[in-house]
Structure formats: C-alpha cells, structure tokens
Design a protein around this ligand. Structure first.
Ligand SMILES: C[S@@+](CC[C@H](N)C(=O)[O-])C[C@H]1O[C@@H](n2cnc3c(N)ncnc32)[C@H](O)[C@@H]1O
Length: 222
C-alpha cells in the first residue's frame, strides 16, 4: 500500500470496509484491510483476458470474475472477438467508482452494449445460473492461495473447479490470475478442467504474476 495515498472514498459492507485511495493520479482498492488492486500496472490483468480470447472463436461469450480497476474489462471490450461480456463484481460501491475516478481505467467499457455488469458474489452466482461461457476469466483474489474473503476459497477447490467447468461451453477455457505461482492449484486445475498453460508476467515488486489457462478436456465436449 502507498503510505502517501489519501482516501477518496470509503464504504462499509457486510464483508468489512472497502476503501479507494489516490496518490499521484493513481488509485488503489483496499478490501477489509487487504490490498486488492491498483491502477499502476495491469499487464497481467490484461493478459488474463487476451490469452483467453485468443483461445476461443470470434463471437464468444466471456465471463469476467471481479471488476477491480477495470483493466481486464477494458482489454475485453477493446477486442472485437467477444459478442457478450458478463462481469460479476461483489462490491456495488466499486462499480459506482467506475462512474467516477476509476472510469478512465475501464475506458468506457461499462457502456459497451456487449457488457453486462452483475453485482453478486461469484460463488453463489455460479451455483445459481445455467449460463455457459466460451471463456471464464477469474481474478477475484490475490490468487488461489491468498483469497480476499474466506468464502472465495471454495472457488479453488474441487467443488469450485467443478462449478466453473460446468459453466464452460465444450472446449471452453478457464483463465485464473494469481500473484504468485501455485503448482498445487495448477495440478488441481489440470485434473478438473484440462491441459494447463502457465503464463508468467514479471512485475516490479517481487514474484511474477501468473495466469493459468486451462482448456476443457475433450471428454467434457458434447
Ligand atoms: C484483484 S481485483 C480484480 C482486478 C481486475 N482483473 C482488474 O483488471 O482490475 C478483484 C475484484 O474481485 C472482486 N471480488 C472479490 N471477491 C468476489 C466475489 N466473491 N464475487 C465477485 N467479485 C469479487 C473485488 O471486489 C475486486 O473488485
């Protein structure tokens, strides 16, 4: 976290406090004391979407888990490839901040007619929908081993992986963002979904960011 940053918005939620801080024209989002995302980089968050879209045909349906500062959504909306982009974001206040200070980072994508933003917990939303997607991009935590909320841990275990796989179209891809490598998760992902490609992005601070890209196994195709 930037110690010189000033708080520009703060809201209480049932999950704790959500804070938006600004420093030098950049913003950071803190959820219940845990750093979630800032606007300084974004390369791996864009790669998450680009790698997934490169793996599916034009006209595809894309699901993005976690709006954050909007880098992933902006990357998706900049591409002609997806016909539909559904974003699931748990924090209504954060969606509202994209009508204000974060708007330049999502680059108007919320007004793209292909985009639908749903304010919901993706864990419960996935369990309650029968929608299917050609690509699912999951970036709601700092990674499978460092979740923002305890309940998000469900997404990375066997039941969560089965839920995500069930929401893929035949041959669809699941891309998962992580702030550090997680070989155990990659193995679970390969087992539950299909062959995994691991993409690493060097970052200024510490360990590279990682994007895991899994393509659904042939046995799941119908
Ligand atoms: C690391 S940020 C996403 C970064 C995003 N890829 C970007 O480009 O800015 C994680 C986002 O997921 C949201 N989130 C966390 N848990 C969630 C959940 N269970 N369901 C939906 N959204 C969630 C957070 O509020 C936050 O906006």
């Amino acid at each position: 976290m930037d110690s010189g940053a000033v708080t520009v918005a703060r809201t209480g939620t049932v999950r704790g406090e959500l804070v938006l801080r600004e420093s030098g024209g950049h913003y950071e989002v803190i959820s219940n004391g845990v750093f979630l995302m800032d606007t300084r980089a974004g390369e791996s968050e864009r790669l998450l979407v680009r790698a997934a879209l490169d793996a599916v045909p034009p006209g595809s349906r894309l699901l993005i888990g976690g709006l954050g500062v909007g880098f992933s959504l902006a990357e998706a909306a900049a591409s002609p490839r997806p016909a539909e982009i559904v974003v699931i974001e748990i924090e209504p206040a954060l969606v509202g901040w994209h009508r204000g200070p974060l708007g330049r980072f999502s680059a108007g994508a919320l007004d793209d007619p292909r985009v639908r933003v749903v304010t919901a917990d993706i864990v419960t939303w996935l369990a309650g929908t029968d929608e299917r997607f050609d690509a699912i991009c999951l970036d709601v935590d700092n990674g499978p081993d460092w979740t923002v909320f305890d309940t998000n841990a469900q997404l990375y275990g066997g039941d969560g992986l089965a839920l995500l796989r069930a929401r893929l179209t035949p041959g669809g891809v699941l891309a998962v963002w992580s702030a550090s490598a997680s070989p155990a998760y990659a193995a679970r992902l390969a087992d539950a979904v299909g062959p995994v490609e691991t993409l690493a992005v060097e970052v200024a601070r510490g360990e590279p960011d990682v994007v895991y890209l899994a393509r659904q196994k042939a046995r799941d195709r119908v």
